[in-house]
Design a protein around this ligand. Structure first.
Ligand SMILES: NC(=O)c1ccc[n+]([C@@H]2O[C@H](COP(=O)([O-])OP(=O)(O)OC[C@H]3O[C@@H](n4cnc5c(N)ncnc54)[C@H](OP(=O)(O)O)[C@@H]3O)[C@@H](O)[C@H]2O)c1
Length: 259
């Protein structure tokens, strides 16, 4: 028998666009009740309408994940609407280049505070109740960029490496409590975030295929999931490479990109 999503309450951050919105629509279609969190109220209303027109149940929660008080209020209003939260999908994030020779500290700090501290704020708001109830599931949408410091991506790679190790430590600590933890490491997925990117996007996946992979990993309560396999295998190999060899390879890819 398949996973039963009926009467499960899920909080999805970054639900106004891309992966978060598509994942929310799919989980609602499977019977879950959704809390849709993001900053843009109008875009959240679009996601809400899409879910409700398909017969699903959701509530829009306008909040910035960097704002601890706003996140706590959003979580409380979701509990009041649908009861205890079974699943957190910490997906809200931004991606941008932060090249070292033109280092922009404000932008780098913004990336880390949304992608990493924002996720911690959401965990802080849902985890105590999950532990007290002896059930729940925390999911992080990290990235293949977490495996190694990628060129021109110091802040993004750092934020995603931090996110992955943060959730991994939680997983170890939460063994035996009934709370599961899953870290998803996607490669490139066709979303508004990727539309702005100037650098190449090898093995680009369409959203429906990516959502299928993510939902399957959540339903199986996998510890971790990386896709597509071609890019996942490449970054895992890069992670094992000695630093001098890695630097040489990255210098070559950057030179080829400038040509
Ligand atoms: N697309 C890819 O290739 C790819 C690959 C690997 C990992 N990822 C990760 O997947 C996640 C979703 O990315 P996406 O591709 O779906 O991008 P997207 O379409 O740009 O969506 C990003 C979402 O994050 C929300 N968000 C950003 N800052 C926020 C904040 N301060 N507070 C609350 N919500 C915030 C945005 O909503 P508002 O602007 O309305 O707040 C939006 O809903 C990100 O964490 C990204 O790093 C993406």
């Amino acid at each position: 028998m398949g996973f039963d999503w009926t009467n499960k309450t899920a909080l999805v951050t970054g639900a106004s666009s891309g992966i978060g919105r598509a994942l929310s629509v799919e989980l609602a279609r499977r019977g879950a009740r959704l809390g849709l969190l993001a900053r843009r109220a109008d875009a959240l209303q679009g996601a809400l309408r899409e879910i409700e027109s398909g017969g699903g149940r959701a509530t829009a929660l306008v909040a910035d994940v960097r704002d601890v008080g706003a996140v706590r209020r959003a979580v409380e209003s979701l509990r009041q609407a649908f009861g205890p939260i079974d699943l957190l999908i910490a997906n809200a994030g931004i991606g941008d280049e932060t090249p070292a020779t033109k280092f922009d500290l404000a932008r780098a700090a913004e990336i880390v505070s949304i992608n990493l501290i924002g996720a911690m704020n959401c965990v802080g708001a849902v985890l105590p109740e999950m532990v007290a109830r002896g059930e729940g599931h925390l999911v992080a949408i990290s990235s293949l960029a977490a495996y190694r410091g990628l060129p021109r991506s110091a802040a993004y790679s750092a934020s995603k490496a931090g996110l992955s190790t943060f959730f991994e430590s939680l997983r170890v600590d939460l063994q035996g409590t009934g709370v599961a933890v899953t870290v998803i490491h996607p490669g490139f997925i066709r979303t508004p975030m990727i539309a702005q990117r100037r650098a190449p996007v090898p093995y680009l996946l369409d959203l429906p295929e990516a959502i299928e992979r993510i939902v399957a990993a959540i339903e199986k309560r996998k510890r971790s999931c990386a896709f597509p396999w071609q890019l996942a295998a490449t970054v895992k190999l890069l992670a094992l490479m000695p630093a001098p060899l890695y630097d040489l390879l990255m210098a070559r890819t950057q030179k080829a990109r400038r040509r």
